[in-house]
Each structure stands twice: as C-alpha cells, then as structure tokens.
Ligand binder design. Structure first.
Ligand SMILES: *Cc1c(COP(=O)(O)O)cnc(C)c1O
Length: 355
C-alpha cells in the first residue's frame, strides 16, 4: 500500500465544454507523482497540482529515450459512479515494458491504487456526455543527469489525466488505411511489444506519408519479410475472412492490446473461430478480390473499435463491406463500450469501481 500524500492544487481550473473535448488537449488540476532512487526504491508518492516539472537538460530521457507509458480511461456510468476497465492489465503491461527498458518494476497494486486515488481526487473531471471519458496517462521517465549510456539511477513515475471527447462524434465511419511497405515499426528482438515513446517517434514519417496520400492510418507489415500484417498505427488489427477472425500473434513485434485481448475473449465466448496465425497481406488482398474479406477493424483504448473501409497495398485497393461497419465489429463495439460505461452487466469481471 502506498501512503499517498495529498498536496492539491488550490486553483480550480474552469472545465472545458464537454462537447468540444477532442483528445488529450485539456488536463485536470492535479497529477500523481512518485520518485525512484537507486538504493531507496520508489518513494514520496503524492498527488499535487498539475504543473511544469523541472529537469536538468542532461536528464537521460531527453537523450536516450529511456521511458515508458500506458493509456486507459475512467468512465462515468448513468448512476454517476466512476469506473476503470481492466487497470490491472495496464499495470502488468507497464512492468513488461520496464523489464525491456531496464526501468524498475512498480508493484501492480501500487499502480492501480495510484490510478484510483487520482481519479477519486479528480472525479469532477470525469465528463458525463455520451461517449466521453477521462483518459489516464501513466508514464515513467529516466531523470538522472548524465550523458553516459546506461540505465538511469533515478526515475519519475507520473499519472496525468485528460477529459476526452467521444471518438465518434458523427457515428462510426470506417477509415481508410495505407499498408506501409517501406518503413517498419518493429523487428524481432526490438521493442515492438512494449509501450515506449521511441516506437512512436519512429512511426511518424510513415504516418505523414499516409496522410499525404489521403489515408488516415498505416497498417504495418512484419519488419523482416514485409509480408505479414501486424497492426494499425496505435491499434491492433482484426480481419474476418470467410467466417474466421484473424489477428496477428503478440510474439514480440506486436503490442499486446487490452482491447485486443478483450475482443478475443468475447469472440471465443460467442463461438467465433479466432486465429492468431500470421496472416500474409497478399491473402488479405486476394480475399478482398474473391469477396471473402468480410470485415476489418482496429482495436485500442482510444477508439475501442475502429472499422476499416478501405485498404491500399502497393497498387491494389480493397473495399470492405461496402464502406459500412460490419456485424461482428458493431457487436464488439456495443458490448465493450456497454461494459465500460456500465450500460450492460459486467459478466466478464472487467470493471474496477473507483468509489
Ligand atoms: C497501446 C497500443 C495498442 C492498443 O492497446 P490497448 O491496450 O488496447 O489500448 C495497440 N498498438 C500499439 C502500438 C499501442 O501502443
């Protein structure tokens, strides 16, 4: 158990218009902070005013990117209570990231306690408009002031919170995806399976290219053969081909999404055949030509489920389900968002109440 000290902001900011929240633009009054020092461990857990922090220009995170992050949301239900979706999975995943990045472990129960306490303190910031939520961003940075390449001796663990708008303001519209055949996101032995900022820094050039070509996101192929589908931007990706639902295996180059895991659990419960065998992009495009590519969708905390209406790979274009959201995609969306916002009973044991 952490002994979290409260030193809260005395300045209560004005809340933004809940119909104009967008994503990650506004931040709440307070944040959680805890420090790590080699020999002493994690110490001084506290919630204090959200404010700029002071670091030496030589702090290691600025030079060698030793850092980690997570993302999850707090949801307000119809009766006004606030709840989290599988936060213990984020705690476990952050520790997997830390293993790979040589960052000290954070006990899972401390991570969840810190999240719950911050949400409790910032409860008024959890919006109640349809589809809105309070996005939570836990992250750790290496703070030791030194330019030698080695794991830092000091770290800061912080959680900031941001009220976010409904992802689909005007109904769920399928997105157009560009299949990246030049740049790669991850290679075996690398960092594709963890949440670290460096993965995103390296993905920007591809994202810019896709945007310039009129596509909203990138579908990554495997980094060795450029042959198998892996994931979409910051989402895992599912393909329904001739009745079977495929998603890439999480064996080192694909981020093990909690939404992905939840979709697989629901699909198997509903009796669908789910395959995590590697799927060649050529098979996806051929299936589209044969009329067997039934549904494609991305999964992640921000959008939950994002239907894909078009895929472009080299000079081939696949149109999926007449540009409309598919039946399984819709059912997953309704079920997961229903559980998150407390509209349907949590028979899966996925919800943690904050009060
Ligand atoms: C976070 C993330 C996901 C989605 O994970 P969720 O736990 O479902 O939000 C997928 N891919 C990448 C690269 C990510 O960083």
């Amino acid at each position: 158990m952490l002994d979290i000290k409260l030193n809260l902001s005395t300045n209560k900011k004005e809340k933004p218009d809940p119909s104009k929240l967008s994503f990650g633009v506004y931040f709440t009054d307070n944040m959680f902070v805890m420090d790590y020092t080699e020999g002493k461990g994690w110490h001084d857990p506290r919630i204090e005013a959200y404010a700029p922090i002071s670091l030496e220009p030589s702090a290691m995170v600025f030079h060698y990117a030793q850092e980690s992050f997570e993302g999850l949301k707090a949801y307000r239900t119809a009766d006004g209570t606030v709840q989290l979706f599988r936060p213990e999975k984020n705690a476990a995943r952050m520790n997997k990231t830390h293993e790979r990045m040589c960052i000290p472990q954070i006990p899972e129960e401390d991570f969840v306690q810190a999240l719950k306490k911050l949400v409790e303190v910032e409860k008024d910031w959890v919006p109640s408009n349809e589809g809105t939520s309070l996005y939570l961003r836990p992250f750790v940075i290496a703070t030791e002031p030194r330019l030698g390449v080695k794991p830092s001796d000091t770290y800061k663990f912080m959680i900031i919170a941001s009220p976010v708008g409904a992802y689909y303001e005007e109904g769920i519209n399928p997105v157009k995806i560009f299949v990246e055949d030049e740049y790669v996101r991850a290679t075996p032995g690398g960092t594709g399976f963890i949440k670290c900022g460096g993965n995103y820094a390296a993905s920007l050039a591809s994202q810019v290219k896709a945007h310039d070509l009129g596509y909203s996101q990138v579908l990554w192929l495997d980094g060795v053969e450029h042959k198998y589908v892996e994931e979409v931007g910051s989402m895992n990706c599912f393909f329904k081909i001739d009745g079977t639902i495929y998603t890439a295996p999480t064996v080192g180059t694909v981020l093990p999404g909690i939404t992905r895991m939840s979709c697989i659990e629901l699909l198997e419960k509903w009796g669908y055949k789910v395959s995590t065998e590697r799927l060649p992009i050529k098979d996806v495009m051929d299936a589209a030509d044969d009329g067997k590519l039934e549904e494609v969708f991305g999964t992640g905390t921000a959008a939950v489920i994002s239907p894909v209406g078009e895929l472009r790979y080299e000079d081939r274009i696949a149109h999926i389900n007449g540009g409309k959201i598919g039946e399984v995609t819709q059912k997953l969306y309704d079920t997961i968002t229903g559980i998150q916002w407390g509209k349907i009973p949590d028979t899966m044991g996925w919800i943690t109440k904050v009060d």
